[in-house]
Design a protein around this ligand. Structure first.
Ligand code: HEM
Length: 148
């Protein structure tokens, strides 16, 4: 059972991180293809935020909590606390910051407003970098079991 949980946990984390890097990587490629491709990117990336990342995040949290209950680790272990902190920060970014960037980016592409398009992609780059860095911190904390 434990190995099944760990497989689910790692697959969900991989899907989350891979999706996040993929969304960031594709931004500039779609932007270069013009306003209608950029608008399609903003719509699709927004949908990923509402569906894909929520499913991956819930699977990571549920399997992670189960791994703690069913294993030798405690909820007070620093690597587990870091896992929760990363989930909370990333969920806040996903609920409050990313949706606004994608809707602003979509509107900017539809208006073909170059300044607003540039602003949306700038914000996306900065927030994605932050999100992707904290996901790396979570993986390193988990692998080294920081503090446990
Ligand atoms: C709710 C927060 C989380 C909890 C409670 C949690 C809990 C755990 C536990 C207890 C383990 C150790 C399993 C074992 O070796 O027996 C583990 C491993 C792991 N976790 Fe998490 N985790 C959480 C969030 C995350 C996040 C956000 C990521 C990455 C996005 C992540 C990625 C991993 C990975 C890659 C491993 C495998 C490490 C290894 O076995 O070497 N976890 N997690």
């Amino acid at each position: 059972m434990r190995n099944v949980l760990l497989v689910i946990h790692i697959l969900a984390a991989a899907a989350w991180i891979g999706g996040s890097y993929g969304v960031a990587f594709l931004a500039s490629r779609f932007r270069r293809l013009g306003h209608s491709a950029g608008a399609a990117y903003m719509t699709a990336a927004g949908a990923m935020g509402r569906v894909y990342f929520n499913v991956a995040g819930v699977l990571v949290v549920v399997s992670g909590i189960w791994l703690v209950i069913d294993g030798i680790y405690d909820f007070e272990d620093p690597f587990v606390v870091i896992g929760f902190a990363v989930v909370v920060v990333s969920a806040l970014l996903g609920a409050l910051i990313f949706p606004k960037i994608f809707s602003d980016g979509l509107a900017a592409h539809q208006k073909e407003d170059e300044a607003q398009v540039a602003d949306a992609y700038d914000r996306l780059r900065r927030v994605s970098l932050l999100d992707n860095l904290i996901l790396v911190v979570a993986v390193v904390a988990m692998v080294y079991k920081w503090g446990a």
